[in-house]
Ligand binder design. Structure first.
Ligand code: HEC
Ligand code: HEC
Length: 394
């Protein structure tokens, strides 16, 4: 059960034993007050309109989950289906063929309010794949009739340190691209959030989550998600206008900005120095840029260039849509790898959660990352161990 949560001291604690929700100590009193309301909007289940709780009605008609927290437990990462529960809600399915897109819009929502038909009941099973002599697994998705369907799948990432990723100046990200990688842009701005760096800032990311994942309209996404058959969004907003007000949306954004980045599990300097050395020697940092100096915010170590990279056919989305973008992924920030197991009870990684641990995540790297993986495969056993303990501590 989700239990609601007071911001006590500077930590938010819920029903989970550990979480990523350490708050930035620089938050002002006013921001703290906003953040508390933001947390309630984030954690509590939303309900169907009309309801007595006006602040939190408007769910659906189609949705993936009833609260942000159901997919980002402990501000953490979701699990793919069958890892913790048979039907974890946190894997989001994108339509990747014209057929699926015309029926369901860009995202397939498996749940609906009473009286609406759920869009599709998708089943997942895992297929064995061998890469570089290692046994890996890969998810295959099927519809109710057992036919394979082409969907793009995304697991929910953890939400710690996002305010600092937002504070990285656009010029820094553009500078990163001079040595490889592609800047993602949306309407002239550098986009940086999501597995494909599709959203330019936290306000747009949060509004998109309310709309696409929960069917809650806002001034940025004023139209209700469509019913099966109407492709995209239903015309016209709610009778009473949008379902989350601008000031409430902003409070959830304040929450997203207020969470500190994850800290390494053990502050073992020697392990970190040795690990970073191997990490650099095998060119991991050419994409997973270790640090940024953010002046007033200090130095941060997110391990990402926030750029898109061609990661090869193995990781590519299936389907016929988005041709050039299928193989492109944003370099995943590596901070938080260490805490994930403690917060979310699993070690699944990559955009669809297929990698069962850090080593498998590396073995899935292809495309532009192939030279780096080849160097990884050539590491002596001892160096490999140094690298993996370092990464599992981040
Ligand atoms: C159905 C599960 C689900 C729900 C509900 C959900 N999210 Fe997410 N969230 C995701 C997935 C999946 C992604 C990755 C999206 C992508 O790559 O485009 C994501 C990404 C994000 C990101 C970007 C993180 C990053 O590192 O770039 C933020 C911020 C976020 N969600 C906040 C929220 C908020 C706030 C809510 C509630 C309004 C919410 N999410 C509800 C699944 C969910
Ligand atoms: C060419 C750029 C590039 C290089 C080089 C690279 N990576 Fe990555 N890395 C990525 C991208 C992009 C992703 C996200 C891929 C996905 O989810 O499909 C990623 C994901 C990961 C993940 C999973 C993170 C998560 O949150 O799921 C780990 C762990 C990782 N990389 C470690 C490494 C290590 C260690 C090296 C060096 C051997 C390395 N990477 C080299 C681009 C790169």
């Amino acid at each position: 059960m989700l239990s609601l949560v007071k911001a006590q001291g500077r930590t938010l604690s819920g029903s989970f034993p550990k979480n990523f929700a350490k708050l930035d100590p620089r938050l002002t009193k006013n921001e703290m007050a906003h953040l508390k309301v933001g947390y309630s909007l984030f954690a509590k289940p939303w309900v169907q309109a009309p309801a007595s709780t006006k602040r939190r009605d408007g769910l659906g008609p189609h949705f993936n989950a009833v609260s942000c927290m159901s997919c980002h437990a402990g501000m953490g990462r979701g699990a793919p289906p069958q890892v913790l529960h048979a039907n974890d809600p946190s894997l989001v399915l994108k339509s990747n063929t014209d057929d699926l897109f015309n029926k369901f819009g860009d995202q397939i929502t498996p749940k609906s309010l009473p009286g609406f038909r759920p869009e599709m009941n998708v089943k997942v099973h895992y297929e064995k794949v061998t890469r570089y002599g290692f046994d890996l697994i890969k998810p295959i998705f099927k519809n109710e009739e057992g036919e394979a369907i082409a969907v793009g799948t995304r697991i929910s990432p953890h939400l710690a340190g996002l305010g600092l990723l937002e504070a990285i100046p656009e010029e820094e990200i553009i500078k990163n691209s001079l040595s490889g990688g592609t800047v993602s842009r949306y309407q002239g701005r550098v986009a940086r959030f999501g597995w494909k760096a599709s959203q330019e800032d936290l306000r747009h990311q949060v509004a998109a989550a309310f709309s696409k994942d929960m069917g809650i309209t806002s001034s940025l996404y004023p139209h209700e998600r469509c019913e099966s058959g109407c492709a995209g969004y239903m015309s016209g907003a709610d009778e009473e206008g949008v379902e989350i007000r601008d000031d409430h949306l902003e409070m959830v954004v304040t929450l997203m900005r207020g969470i500190e980045p994850p800290k390494p599990l053990h502050n073992d300097k020697e392990m970190i120095v040795k690990g970073q050395k191997v990490f650099k020697e095998i060119s991991c940092q050419s994409c997973h840029r270790i640090s940024y100096d953010l002046k007033e915010w200090g130095t941060i170590e997110p391990y990402t260039d926030l750029l898109l990279h061609d990661m090869g056919e193995g990781l590519a989305d299936k389907g016929t849509l988005n041709g050039d973008m299928k193989k492109m992924w944003r370099t995943a920030p590596l901070w938080g790898l260490g805490s994930q197991r403690l917060v979310n009870g699993h070690t699944r990684l990559l955009h669809d959660g297929r990698a069962r641990n850090v080593e498998e995540a590396i073995l899935w790297h292809g495309g532009e990352a192939t030279p780096s993986v080849r160097k990884f495969l050539k590491l002596e056993e001892k160096q490999k161990k140094t690298l993996l303990s370092f990464l599992n501590n981040l």
